[in-house]
Design a protein around this ligand. Sequence first.
Ligand SMILES: Cc1cc2nc3c(=O)[nH]c(=O)nc-3n(C[C@H](O)[C@H](O)[C@H](O)COP(=O)(O)OP(=O)(O)OC[C@H]3O[C@@H](n4cnc5c(N)ncnc54)[C@H](O)[C@@H]3O)c2cc1C
Length: 458
Amino acid sequence: MPDYDAIIIGAGQAGPSLALRLAGAGMKVAIVERELVGGTCVNTGCTPTKTLVASAYAAHLARHAGDYGVSIGGEVEIDMKRVAARKDAIVANSRDGLRKALETTPNCTLLTGHARLLSPREVEAGPARLKAERIFLNVGGRASVPALPGLDQVDYLTNTSMLALDTLPRHLVIIGGSYIGLEFGQMYRRFGSTVTIVETGARLIQHEDEDVSAAIHDILAREGVDIRLGATCIGVAKRGDAIGVQVDCASGAPEIEASHLLLAMGRRPNTDDLGLDAAGVARDAKGYVSVDDELRSNVPGIWALGDCNGKGAFTHTAYNDFEIVAANLLDKEARRVSDRVTAYALYVDPPLGRAGLTEAQARKTRRNVLVGQRPMTRVARAIEKGESQGFMKIVVDGDTKEILGASILGPGGDEVVHCVLDLIYAKAPYTVLQRAVHIHPTVAELVPTILGELQAAR
Ligand SMILES: Cc1cc2nc3c(=O)[nH]c(=O)nc-3n(C[C@H](O)[C@H](O)[C@H](O)COP(=O)(O)OP(=O)(O)OC[C@H]3O[C@@H](n4cnc5c(N)ncnc54)[C@H](O)[C@@H]3O)c2cc1C
């Protein structure tokens, strides 16, 4: 049985960086991947979706070219095969670069196959059996497919199969009104599909503040995305070549006829066929590997990084998990998950950038919460770009002057939010940012301004 210093299961967003770092430190490392190097983000998540979002943005801008005094001289046509080819080329380039790095780094062996723990120190990797003193789980997650009535009788798509499409759905029905559903919804509407988003809750992206949900609802509805909220009793049925989606909504017809059905109803960790029990590794009720603040499982010598530990659901959180483990193991530097500030973006257009607490979460803390906000209709850069939908909001503690959080929905919101995020990391008072002189004309130049217009939260 080959002996390694470290075995990494899964080559997603934490595993490869860790493999390269450990190998560089002189350890003999095996990394096992059952499918595609790069995992979800590179192959069926961030990279392909953001590439498609860019194509959809080009289509949208072309349709509105007249607003800018630009004549296209005919109908805007979308060539879905070329859209898909562009996406595939960008994905392949990213995946191949990572694979090559793993294959050519001394001390690092990339193995292909499904891996399972056989004991706290042994791993089965396809036909091979390996052992190591340290095992790192980076197995990620997959789309969860709830047992909806009738689902066994119809064809449905998940984010993975959706990204293999190179044709335009006539009517795409998406079940799930959160991040993945909204990105696909706007994108396919812009490509030309009829799109209906069906959401069980009373509003879209329910983790966000109500005003953020409402603004995004409005942006999508204006583009012709049909949104059906309060769908408490969803079922599906075969209707000839089509799919009948039954919804019990507050308003609208009880059944929608879809040509394609996308399930965007959350994710679940890939821990069900990993041999966790054979090694005695504990997981929580949802299947996430239980870890401490340094990402150690209950079994000494076994760590879990990325989406499979339930501490984050993003590429940057998976990568930060790598940084935490590497810092603790190799640099003797105490880095912890609890040092991480919540941050993410929703890539509808305009994008939503989020950092720290929402206003609702901040108010629950019973601090002296102050809020500064401004609509994009009062931001010069947004007006000049013709993209004045959305608003920005920053939440602070009026007593300690701490910045608690921000929601920036508008052009470049995913970038602008970082000037707030970095101040949170610096633990600097908001007055530092209030007095900063930002570049004109930018969306970020209004951040200091709104910090000078703070008001008590409602
Ligand atoms: C549609 C979509 C869009 C997204 N967009 C964004 C975005 O814009 N920004 C962002 O930050 N995040 C985004 N995410 C989330 C992001 O993709 C994940 O958070 C990230 O990929 C998690 O990385 P990971 O390393 O934990 O797992 P993964 O990337 O899922 O990698 C896990 C790897 O482990 C392999 N594996 C699993 N089990 C085994 C086994 N038993 N043996 C061997 N190999 C195994 C898998 O094949 C996979 O390659 C998106 C996700 C989706 C679905």
